[in-house]
Ligand binder design. Structure first.
Ligand code: FAD
Length: 344
């Protein structure tokens, strides 16, 4: 960045009133719009209506224009489209450069990004580039209409308090939002909108340095989008226990989750953790194996459509929220389930 950019805060260049509109970053995965983007559009629509402004969606990728129609259906009025072969996959530098250019050109008042791995990478760097603040991991958003301020609420101090954070002096007001918390709008596929095509900054140079070649790539964990989750807790007993869960997961098309108890024991990486300090999930089926049901775990999975718990303690709190409970040893129940699945 040039020096002038670094030392001149955005607010001195443009008055706050120059910034208008609510924007949502439409995150893609394998060329498809992620649920979090649709959830942000649902929330963004409400904020935009309260402020009386347009709702924009930022769509970045290669040959992604056909996806704009879905963004309109879920509430966007305008799609800001940046297409380039360089942008086929997410890369910090290139996506950040494209977003920075869009923000500086069109000046949105609010920008919402999913608190996904990509959003957590993009959001802070972008906020730094455009000299504004960012509230990470929000679970509630609303507008102070008098001051045109976005109240950004998130759990703080290990979830013991809810903190509401504002960004009074700079724009855009930026927040990353937890997946699975906001509601998607009912799509209206007759809705249309405006596409604004923006150019990818041609002078951006991206270097990729390969430091390590890993023979076996770790499976992508996408708990927020999973329809079926099988989660293990301390009752799983160790990393080998998770192999059994993986076998069941493979046979029913599930994603493997975990309690913090299992993660803290080092049996499974932290990107599998469900709960207050992990992921918030809402699958059609959540299978909790050897998980006691602590309040912090329930915070992340209690909105699953159907919850099945396997626990050898009949008094385990997980049974209070389970739709179906199996009191038994998971090392007997899960192999029996696998055998039954093979017969089907
Ligand atoms: P345990 O509570 O030890 O339960 C193990 C269960 O397995 C028991 O109910 C036992 O009966 C059962 N069991 C044992 N062997 C078997 C067997 N062979 N077959 C069947 N059942 C068996 N926790 C989270 O999960 N996610 C979070 O995001 C999270 N965030 C937290 C944030 C804060 C600020 C704090 C203070 C805590 C947080 N916790 C979180 C931790 C939480 O309080 C619990 O400690 C944790 O969820 C317990 O994990 P667990 O259920 O696996 O273990």
């Amino acid at each position: 960045e040039n020096e002038d950019n670094l030392i001149t805060p955005a607010k001195e260049k443009f008055p706050l009133e120059a910034y208008q509109g609510v924007w949502v970053f439409a995150e893609l995965r394998h060329g498809a719009i992620m649920n979090i983007a649709l959830e942000l559009l649902g929330e963004g629509r409400k904020l935009a209506d309260t402020l009386g402004v347009e709702l924009g969606a930022v769509l970045i990728g290669d040959k992604v224009e056909p996806l704009a129609q879905d963004l309109f259906a879920y509430g966007a009025d305008v799609v800001y489209l940046v297409e380039n072969a360089e942008l086929e996959n997410y890369r910090t530098e290139s996506y950040c450069a494209a977003m920075e250019k869009l923000i500086k050109t069109y000046k949105p008042e609010i920008l919402l990004i999913g608190a996904t791995n990509i959003g957590r990478d993009l959001g802070p760097r972008l906020a730094g580039r455009v000299h504004t603040g960012l509230t990470a991991d929000c679970t509630v958003l609303d507008i102070d209409t008098e001051k045109r301020l976005l109240n950004q609420t998130r759990p703080a101090f290990g979830g013991n308090i809810m903190a509401t954070i504002i960004c009074p002096d700079t724009r855009p007001q930026m927040a990353t939002v937890r997946p699975g918390v906001m509601k998607k709008a009912t799509p209206d596929f007759n809705r249309t909108g405006k596409i604004v095509k923006a150019f990818y900054p041609p002078d951006i140079k991206v270097r990729t340095i390969v430091r390590d070649i890993v023979k076996e790539a770790r499976k992508i964990v996408n708990l927020e989008e999973a329809q079926i989750i099988i989660s293990g807790g301390r009752g799983v007993g160790g990393p080998e226990g998770f192999k059994l869960l993986e076998q069941v997961a493979d046979s029913i098309g599930a994603t493997v989750g975990a309690s913090r108890g299992a993660v803290d024991s080092g049996w499974i990486p932290s990107n599998h953790q469900v709960g207050q300090t992990g992921k918030t999930v809402h699958p059609k089926l959540y299978l909790a194996c050897g998980i006691s049901g602590a309040i912090q775990h329930l915070a992340g999975m209690q909105h699953s459509s159907v919850i099945v718990a396997i626990n050898k303690n009949p008094n385990a709190p997980i049974f209070k929220i389970a739709d179906y409970g199996i009191v038994g040893d998971l090392f007997k129940v899960l192999p029996a389930l696998l055998d039954t699945l093979k017969e089907i």
